[in-house]
Design a protein around this ligand. Structure first.
Ligand code: DQA
Length: 149
């Protein structure tokens, strides 16, 4: 398994920093990208970090990750709760995936309790803010190492 990781972020996450900071924290997406880059470097992983407000972009990038045999960390944002297309893309690509949410989706509105991505993820991290991305990188590094042993 390659040591390349795609970190994909869904709609409205480009507004982090100013978007409902009481829910999502005060870090910007650029801050989280830098945090992920530093963490990936310390783990010897190569990182591609992207955000889109468009579901099809996320599907294209999941397919790209699968072609590169990369692993995936995804915060699908609102598409978590609606997107069969994201579930299909992850499943079809057979990509080791960790789902991340900044907020605890289970402590929020009931429409956020269902995730279309969780059934095809290795694991889910939510409610731990930006730290969740670092924890996901640690988890994937361990998973990829086990795959290589
Ligand atoms: C989110 C949770 C989603 O319910 C919401 O639509 C988001 C962000 C999170 O990171 O907490 O946009 O994925």
């Amino acid at each position: 398994m390659s040591k390349e990781i795609f970190v994909l972020n869904g709609p409205n996450l480009n507004k982090l920093g100013t978007r409902e900071p009481e829910i999502y924290g005060s870090l910007t997406l650029a801050d989280i990208e830098k945090q992920c880059m530093d963490k990936a470097a310390s783990l010897g992983l190569t990182l591609t970090f992207r955000q889109s407000n468009h579901e099809g972009d996320l599907v294209d990038w999941i397919q790209e990750a699968a072609e590169k045999k990369a692993a995936l960390i995804i915060n699908p944002a609102a598409y978590t709760h609606t997107s069969v297309a994201l579930q299909d893309a992850i499943k079809a690509g057979g990509i080791p995936t960790i789902e991340v949410h900044l907020s605890n989706i289970h402590a929020r509105e009931s429409f956020r309790h269902k995730s279309f991505v969780s059934p095809v993820a290795i694991g889910v991290i939510c409610g731990l803010g930006a730290q969740g991305y670092n924890l996901a990188l640690d988890a994937l590094a361990t998973h990829l190492k086990q795959d290589n042993d």
